[in-house]
Design a protein around this ligand. Structure first.
Ligand code: SF4
Ligand code: SF4
Ligand code: F3S
Length: 424
């Protein structure tokens, strides 16, 4: 979909879209994407908790909008969040900036700079607007670590929040402080710059937290669309202030590798046969069992892929303090939320496979778990990254016999064979 945009010239969004030559069918497609994201939560809740709108309903409301103003502040951040938003869905940057949201102030892509940019912000702040913040607020050294137009991030945020009709904290940095707030040894409670999230500063308004580092772009735009289509009413939020439509589902519960987890089939190193077969990444550190996000459903870059789909464990980036709670990233952590007391994937796998064995005694997964349980963990070179001391480098060669080599379905259901084809 591409068309000519010429700014917001007509009273309503629908009229501006028509002027730009946007076909209703294309607009409906775009609205269908937004409705799909809003429906992600209701799918996993049997449709009971959320009454997700249809594409037609979203389109009707959006078409009638009269130039909603949006201010996007970039505080102490890396630009990853706005990159994610701009690459969301099947829409173009221009669609979002000029047609849907009418972003008046966003440093990354706006034309004005210096005093002119400051003036744009002042103007936008005077009117009612939706405020999107990405980046944390560093309070150390009286805010000197991040200033805009000579003012500290905290002052800029407070000024922009004053007339805001809704406040969105986008990304881990804005939600709880992000990596710069990590409690590394000697860094203090909120990191060396004393960085905090938006809701630590803004107390008189509900802050909608869009967790992730960065969040899925469609979740950002869908939350804005939710506000615009619900009279700026805050969507239902979870305990961490995240919209439930996008964060009420555990990654582990909709992960396409889940069958391998249940069968006790785990990747041991990033280049082993199990990795090539797309088996479960729990033993190489996946935090999907403790992480809530719609990543498996919405995915990234127009539904192209997502971390686990690309073979990387989920590092739990939508969860608060994940840099502290979930590191070392490439280790299985014994006490993360989600599994209770189980100490390792092998324990979990044995329990799960033991239950499954009652029904399918000769399932190939049972064999895999037996092998895994009896084998001593191979010691490999540690990777000194992200503060890890116990993570393991991917082994350049496949060391173990390919005990997990057979794709499911190729093992005889009533023969307890190992994957090399030898009967036990
Ligand atoms: Fe960058 Fe992550 Fe912070 Fe977004 S949340 S600004 S991607 S570090
Ligand atoms: Fe998927 Fe990770 Fe759960 Fe394995 S542990 S099933 S890779 S979410
Ligand atoms: Fe983040 Fe995990 Fe999704 S790392 S992007 S929450 S798969």
């Amino acid at each position: 979909m591409s068309y000519e945009v010429s700014g917001w010239q007509e009273p309503t969004l629908g009229e501006n879209l028509a002027r730009a030559g946007v076909k209703r069918r294309d607009f409906l497609k775009f609205c269908g994407g937004l409705a799909g994201v809003l429906a992600a939560g209701s799918q996993l809740n049997g449709g009971a908790a959320f009454a997700a709108p249809t594409a037609e309903q979203v389109a009707t409301v959006l078409e009638g909008l009269e130039k909603p103003i949006l201010v996007w502040l970039q505080l102490q951040e890396c630009t990853g969040c706005i990159e994610s938003a701009l690459r969301s869905g099947g829409t173009t940057v221009e669609d979002i900036v000029l047609n849907l949201l009418s972003v008046n102030y966003v440093e990354a892509i706006m034309a004005p700079s210096g005093d002119a940019a400051n003036a744009v912000l002042e103007d936008a702040n005077r009117d009612a607007h939706i405020l999107v913040v990405n980046g944390s607020v560093p309070r150390g050294l009286n805010g000197a670590y991040c200033t805009i137009g000579g003012e500290s991030a905290e002052t800029v945020l407070k000024k922009s929040a004053e007339n805001a009709v809704a406040v969105l904290a986008v990304g881990a940095c804005a939600v709880w402080g992000g990596v710069q707030s990590s409690r590394a040894p000697g860094a203090g409670k909120h990191g060396p710059t004393d960085s905090v999230g938006v809701d630590t500063i803004i107390k008189d308004k509900t802050v909608i937290n869009i967790g992730g580092c960065p969040p899925v772009g469609e979740v950002i735009t869908a939350t804005c669309a939710y506000l615009l289509t619900h009279d700026l009413k805050t969507p239902e939020l979870d305990a961490e202030g995240r919209p439930r439509f996008a964060y009420d589902q555990r990654i582990h519960d909709s992960c396409p590798r889940r069958a391998h987890f249940d069968a006790g089939q785990f990747v041991k190193t990033f280049d082993d046969t199990a990795a090539r077969n797309g088996w479960c990444l729990y033993e190489v550190g996946c935090k999907g069992p403790s992480t809530f996000s719609a990543c498996p459903i919405i995915q990234w870059n127009m539904h192209t892929s997502w971390p686990i789909g690309a073979g990387h464990p989920c590092i739990g980036c939508t969860e608060k303090n994940f840099f502290d709670e979930f590191t070392p990233f490439y280790s299985t952590l014994p006490d993360v939320r989600g599994f209770g007391i189980e100490a390792s994937a092998e324990t979990v796998g044995l329990v799960v496979a033991g239950v499954a064995a009652a029904g399918v005694a000769a399932h190939a997964g049972v064999t895999a778990v037996r092998h895994a349980a009896s084998r001593k963990a191979a010691q490999e070179a540690p990777l000194d990254a992200f503060g890890d001391s116990k993570v393991w480098l991917p082994d350049p060669t496949v060391k173990d016999a390919p005990e997990t080599v057979e794709p499911e379905g190729t093992t005889s259901p009533d023969t307890d064979t190992d994957p090399a084809g030898k009967a036990e």
